[in-house]
Design a protein around this ligand. Structure first.
Ligand code: HEC
Ligand code: HEC
Length: 380
């Protein structure tokens, strides 16, 4: 028995664990002298204590997500605008709206939305539960009345049974409806096994192509994307103005103008600003600070391969266009973030960055068939 050797082995083990731990959990990366949270595989999905996960709840939430009866005229389900076939967005630059309206923003993917602390393009919603309610009731999305939707759910015997099993011995409530939908959304997350970048970070050095590896270095170096797209989610969850150009639809489409003005008015924007509404003001709606005009939440870059078009107003249809936009130092808004500068990437570097962005997506898109929905029944 040689105790010294044993101690040194323990010591080595501790050092190795610390090293691996910081590698896997993610510490920070320095770029241009500043530290940023390291990118790496996602942690376990955060679950709020008052809405624990269960298989039965997720199954119920899935049905409700696809069910158009959770909208005013029973025509528009969550899946109408978060369609699995369109990367869980709606595939348009600006979203369709509730029948008779056209939305003023791009329909976001809901993949990995379980990881954000604040939801929506400008962080207006605090949780998936609150978000589901505002989507189903908001007049540009579901336009449903909560009492009416609750009665509809109670008129569907299979739902009554399923709600009992999940939420206890009572009739379905609309708040439990949002809980079930949120639980389902918490399952729509990237699985590290299916993502080349995650496999690479977990030690499979062959998982990234040589081009994607160069892209990773650019991302954290010359292209400096990591300044905002950082941490396992590739989002600092903060708000920035990139000077993204206007979507022409706000000049040409009366229905889009109505919802944009409606958004200004309903968010209590001063009369002068409201009258001249020609673009989405982002974080300004919440803070009313001029400096926040045009600021949007940094979106995750996970699964971005499948979620075109891009940006809050969908003005870019391909990732190549997005990379060109950054290469030129972003748009030309006077309030543009100082963090954006021309990058001087050559054609090969642009391709490498693209290869890296593509390696952040699952090997195959996360698809799901629309489930058979349970029918109404007359009560006796
Ligand atoms: C008519 C289209 C439409 C419908 C219907 C709709 N959504 Fe959305 N959804 C959008 C748009 C547009 C956004 C971005 C809104 C914003 O930023 O103001 C969004 C954003 C979201 C987000 C935020 C994602 C993120 O990254 O922050 C979640 C989650 C979401 N929707 C879930 C739902 C659920 C659940 C339902 C059904 C109850 C639903 N949506 C119904 C269009 C729709
Ligand atoms: C100053 C912070 C910042 C930097 C630096 C930055 N981004 Fe972004 N990124 C954002 C914000 C904020 C948005 C959303 C902007 C909007 O909608 O107006 C965004 C949007 C995107 C999108 C669209 C995602 C979607 O779902 O629509 C992609 C792709 C993207 N960025 C990639 C990159 C790449 C690649 C780099 C490096 C070349 C980079 N970003 C650098 C903050 C940043």
């Amino acid at each position: 028995m040689k105790p010294t050797k044993d101690y040194s082995l323990i010591f080595l083990g501790v050092v190795a664990a610390l090293f691996l731990g910081s590698f896997i959990v993610g510490s920070s990366v320095a770029v241009q002298g500043k530290e940023f949270p390291a990118i790496g595989p996602l942690p376990a999905v955060p679950v709020p204590p008052d809405n624990p996960m269960s298989k039965a709840k997720v199954e119920l939430g899935k049905l409700l997500f696809f069910d158009p009866r959770l909208s005013g005229d029973a025509s528009t389900s969550c899946a109408s605008c978060h369609n699995p076939e369109a990367g869980w967005g709606d595939g348009g630059d600006l979203s369709r709206g509730y029948p008779g309206t056209q939305h003023w923003r791009n329909s976001q993917t809901i993949l990995n939305s379980a990881f954000y602390k604040k939801l929506f393009w400008a962080g207006e919603s605090p949780s998936l539960e609150a978000q589901a309610k505002s989507a189903a009731t908001g007049n540009v999305a579901g336009n449903g009345d909560t009492m009416m939707m609750e009665e509809r759910i109670r008129q569907i015997p299979q739902y009554v049974k399923m709600f009992r099993k999940v939420f206890g011995d009572k009739l379905p409530t609309i708040d439990d409806t949002w809980r079930a939908i949120a639980a389902f959304e918490r399952t729509l997350v990237s699985n590290a096994k299916n993502v080349a970048f995650d496999r690479y970070m977990k030690g499979n050095k062959g998982a990234l192509s040589a081009s994607a590896k160069r892209g990773l270095a650019l991302f954290q170096g010359k292209a400096a994307c990591i300044q905002c797209h950082n941490g396992p989610l590739f989002s600092d969850e903060s708000y920035h103005n990139l000077g993204v150009g206007k979507n022409e639809a706000f000049e040409e489409d009366p229905l889009r103008q109505i919802t944009l003005r409606y958004q200004h008015l309903s968010r209590g924007v001063p009369e002068a600003v409201y009258r001249s509404a020609d673009r989405d003001l982002g974080l300004y709606y919440t803070t009313k600070q001029k400096i926040d005009r045009g600021k949007f939440r940094t979106p995750s870059l996970r699964e971005v391969k499948y979620t075109a078009p891009y940006m809050h107003n969908g003005v870019f249809f391909t990732l190549e266009e997005v990379i060109d936009f950054y290469n030129e130092g972003g748009g030309d808004d006077p309030g543009k973030s100082k963090l954006l500068k021309p990058l001087n990437l050559n054609d090969q570097e642009k391709k490498d960055l693209l290869a890296f962005l593509n390696a952040l997506a699952s090997d195959k898109p996360l698809l799901m068939k629309k489930p058979n929905l349970p029918p109404y029944a007359a009560m006796r």
